[in-house]
Design a protein around this ligand. Structure first.
Ligand code: FE2
Length: 251
């Protein structure tokens, strides 16, 4: 077997500050608890967990307070980034600390995970300004591992869904940076509440379903959800720069 490092991605947790509130028709604490329990039973031995945005549904301090013990129960280092439903100041104040980290990069085996904030406060769509693009360029250049995976919230590719109007609106600027560095082998995101797996210029591009409800991946904004269960993604980042991955559906 190729050697490498196992990691897990969870995304779009949508924890609400009000315990009575149902989000997308789901009790999102209960669905996240199911996912946390399933990760505890997973036969892989993940080194870290990535939580790729929409950690909360309404960005209230109380929502981050409700989320914190659920992530702590993973008993693994957790690396968080914001989604469009988050606000960074509340996230940093009420969630980050202990085993929960908000940083710009993290080395894992032969890989560097480069974390990218694609959010604009109070906007649904994503955008990368020059400062973020330059910081990413620097992060990749300074990585002391042979391989890099960029980790963010918004999708940089049309997926044929109503969410295409609120993905990463300047994905070409991101690709311009990535194309300068042969080390970049992976690009990972959330936001779409759906699976995606494609490649571009030698980079594996992966989108991951939510820990709560999944969107119907076709036009028609009213018919929005499928009856698919909560999910998480497993990734094995191999030392040779390849990625083995699957999505685990938690019934
Ligand atoms: Fe989102």
């Amino acid at each position: 077997m190729t050697s490498g490092v196992d990691i897990i991605q969870i995304t779009d947790l949508h924890i609400h500050s009000d315990p009575a509130k149902r989000v997308h028709g789901r009790d999102t604490v209960a669905t996240l608890q199911q996912v946390v329990d399933a990760i505890g039973r997973d036969e892989t031995t993940p080194a870290i967990v990535l939580a790729t945005g929409d950690l909360t549904d309404n960005a209230k301090p109380a929502a981050y307070d409700r989320l914190r013990p659920l992530l702590a129960a993973l008993d693994l280092p957790v690396y968080v980034i914001p989604g469009n439903h988050d606000l960074v100041p509340a996230m940093e104040e009420r969630l980050v600390g202990g085993a929960i980290h908000h940083v710009s990069s993290k080395a894992a085996g032969a890989w560097t995970l480069a974390f990218l904030d694609t959010t604009i406060p109070h906007q649904t769509e994503g955008h990368l300004d020059d400062e973020r693009l330059e910081a990413l360029d620097r992060e990749i250049k300074e990585a002391d591992t042979p391989h890099v995976m960029v980790v963010m919230h918004h999708q940089p590719v049309p997926i044929g869904s109503p969410l295409d109007v609120c993905g990463l609106m300047n994905a070409e600027a991101l690709y311009d940076v990535m194309d300068r560095h042969a080390a970049v082998k992976g690009l990972l995101w959330g936001h779409i509440h759906h699976t995606h797996d494609s490649s571009r210029n030698g980079v594996r591009r992966l989108g991951t379903p939510s820990t709560c409800a999944q969107f119907l991946n076709k036009a028609g904004i009213d018919a929005t959800f499928t009856d698919e269960p909560p999910a998480y993604r497993r990734l094995r980042l191999n030392d040779d720069g390849t990625i083995e991955t699957d999505v685990v559906w938690v019934d």
